[in-house]
Design a protein around this ligand. Structure first.
Ligand code: AMP
Ligand code: ZN
Length: 135
């Protein structure tokens, strides 16, 4: 299914031009317009899924296999030193475009890409509560 108001549906379908690194029947991989680092790319499924909560399992699995292939290929192309694969779900987690996508962010030694979080501490109370609820 496509969403007629979704910009990533239009980009994935080729209706809006993009810097395409790779395309097959299920996905288009494009360069991000506001890259965190040189070579920052996005994997876009051609079907519309809001995010990870919504995507079908087969497409999710294929997306991750494609991420692996792109990371290997682009590491050779860019000469980068590592990669972050990032995927945001819902506004609270930083999602701004509500069509599933995976960020492939090349990392270069000494770059100032501001990814990360302040490490907390796993409390006994949290641990017990979560383990109890998951069972
Ligand atoms: P997120 O915050 O995970 O939803 O990421 C959305 C990403 O899409 C951001 O990194 C934007 O820079 C990128 N983006 C938004 N519009 C476009 C566009 N037209 N072409 C390429 N990248 C885009
Ligand atoms: Zn869409």
């Amino acid at each position: 299914m496509k969403d007629k108001d979704c910009i990533f549906c239009k980009i994935a379908a080729g209706e809006i031009p993009s810097a395409t690194l790779y395309e097959d029947e299920d996905f288009r991989v494009i360069l991000d317009l506001s890259p965190a680092s040189k070579g920052h790319a996005l994997i876009l499924p051609k079907e519309h899924y809001r995010n990870l909560y919504d995507i079908d399992e087969e497409t999710a699995a294929k997306a991750f296999v494609l991420a692996k292939k792109m990371v290997k290929k682009m590491t050779d192309v860019l000469g980068c030193d590592g990669y972050n694969v990032v995927q945001n779900n819902e506004e609270a987690a930083g999602q701004t475009v509500f069509h599933f996508h995976m960020h492939l962010i090349p990392r270069y030694k000494g770059d100032n890409v501001g990814l990360g979080w302040k490490m907390g501490e796993l409390t006994d109370a949290d641990k017990e509560e979560i383990l109890k609820k998951i069972k």
